[in-house]
Design a protein. Structure first.
Length: 176
């Protein structure tokens, strides 16, 4: 093994570790906003379900829309605050598009349970709403990070250049 190969393996592992840590932080922030959104969603759902005479799926759709608005603010200003902000109209349009797909997934599960299987007790409604939210959350996480809140290309370019410099000139110390 050459000296260059020996030095580049740890720097590649460091780069991989750095990317993994960034993804873990993103997932944690997404999860925090999402958990608060779940509380908003369930709170509004149960208020609508028990405080009005709306049908279960209609109450759920209203609750989901309220949670979508809450989540956008949380994602934009907390989870993805460091992401590109140049195309807000496009970002909001994509966010709403993918949120509507998530709404259909979430409430489709509840609809199937309620009207397809007759599972309409308060406990059953909450269980199937939760199940639908879980499935929709996986879709939303993927779509938001891939299409809506894109990473700034400059940050990736700088990180790549720094790792290249680390591999080429290990004896030179960079000033931070």
């Amino acid at each position: 093994m050459t000296a260059t190969t020996e030095r580049s393996a740890p720097s590649r592992l460091g780069g991989l570790r750095s990317r993994f840590d960034a993804l873990a932080r993103e997932i944690a922030k997404f999860g925090l906003v999402g958990a608060l959104g779940v509380l908003v969603n369930f709170g509004v759902f149960n208020l609508m379900r028990h405080g009005t005479d709306l049908q279960v799926v209609r109450a759920s759709v209203i609750a989901t829309v309220v949670a979508i608005a809450f989540n956008y603010v949380g994602f934009r200003y907390f989870t993805y605050r460091d992401r590109d902000k140049s195309g807000r109209a496009k970002e909001l349009t994509l966010f709403l598009l993918f949120s509507v797909v998530g709404l259909v997934i979430e409430n489709g599960v509840l609809y199937a349970a309620t009207y397809g299987f007759g599972w309409d007790s308060p406990l059953q409604s909450n269980v199937f709403k939760f199940l639908g939210m879980g499935i929709a959350t996986l879709f939303r996480f993927w779509s938001y990070r891939t299409w809506v809140f894109k990473a700034l290309p400059a940050r990736e370019t700088v990180a790549s250049a720094e790792s290249f410099l680390d591999e080429r000139a290990p004896s030179v110390q960079r000033v931070k």
